[in-house]
Design a protein around this ligand. Sequence first.
Ligand code: PLP
Length: 449
Amino acid sequence: MASADTLTTPPGSLDAFWMPFTPNRKFKQAPRLIVGSEGLHYDLADGRRVLDAIAGLWCVNAGHRNPRVSAAMKAQIDVLDYASNFQIGHPAAFTLAQRLTQMAPAGMDHVFFTNSGSESVDTALKIAVAYHRARGDAGRYRLIGRERSYHGVGFGGISVGGIGRQRSTFGPLLNGVDHLPHTLDLARNAFSRGEPAHGIDKADALEALVALHDASTIAAVIVEPVAGSTGVLPPPRGYLKRLREICDRHGILLIFDEVITGFGRVGSNFASDLFGVTPDLITTAKGLTNGAVPMGAVLMRGAVHDAFMHGSVSAVELSHGYTYSGHPLACAAAMATLDAYTEDGLIARAAELSPYFEDGLHSLRGLPGVIDVRNVGLLAGIELQGWASGLGTHAQAVAQHCLDESGVLVRSVGDTIALSPPFTLERRHIDQIIDSLRAAIAQTAQATD
Ligand code: PLP
């Protein structure tokens, strides 16, 4: 049985755990372990308390150990621990699904539950392909992703994903996948605030793919409205709308991967709301349960769902699902999280804090090696000149400096420092994050002079 001791004391050997997305050998030479959390902070095993400026991994939007979420999970586990949703169900999954449709952009009125962002993506891709088949249009099988996109780690997700190494490591991927060009344009758009002005034309690459393959072969396009893990890339003004128009013209489904941008991160319920573009499917996870327990959800337009609802009423309409789809504990956590977002006004708070956050970020312009600042809502990236040394990349050195010298946890993604603090922060915490970055950027620049 786990004792308090095994939860707080670093184990004798770190060897057995193969850590995900981690240079394991390096980490295990100098491990950093988190042993507790509260609000905006993590407690480290070495006794330090640090400010979590990344909300765990872009997920703890309502703050760590949010009291609503903790209480709901404790209450749920004493009533119903597990129930399948295969041919039998439990009330919380229905209630949560309904609440999500009320929160989602108008018309997104059905929900399929998963356990992660990766599962949400693969579920959405499968639904998109199956949708066309259900309508007698089985020739539509092609999926179109985008360069510099991250859609999780399933075979579907890495196939449409645009990160070379994650694709090449795993050999042949899904057939019939193409990629749109990414939208980063440092020459024209560096230091934009929100949506950059230039690059709507990048959406026209979709017309080129239609011309190449014929629309009758294309099932869906998937994009992150703001690409997160590849460096925080907001969409050029008008770009998402143009994608929507092209999809509509050719009967192609549009999927927005809102695993990071959903649930208030960009200052609105979904990025779809902020940018005024409603896709056919939205993938979510992370902020859905405030990170307290794994859960994802795919939201979809009625027409997508309804295409499956024909034939015998005793037939399974979609041969897909997970043992833990709509798990009771996850549903309880999600409903309490949604309460925190709405009743505690946290999404409004994220929107309110955004301009102050943006001004702070842009005050870093002009520091040595800072080549771009990108932001939407409480989501931001600071791109640094790319150099690598024995310490790793410039961005890794800055992130390490922030943690070691000023107790602020930020995340390096490639050459970019990513920020996505919990919405519960105050202006003084924004100041703390910016001050920490300012010092780290100045120090690391000096160290390499
Ligand atoms: N899609 C996007 C946009 C993400 O950012 C992530 C994770 O960062 C995923 C999918 C995968 O989510 P998970 O790690 O929960 O599988």
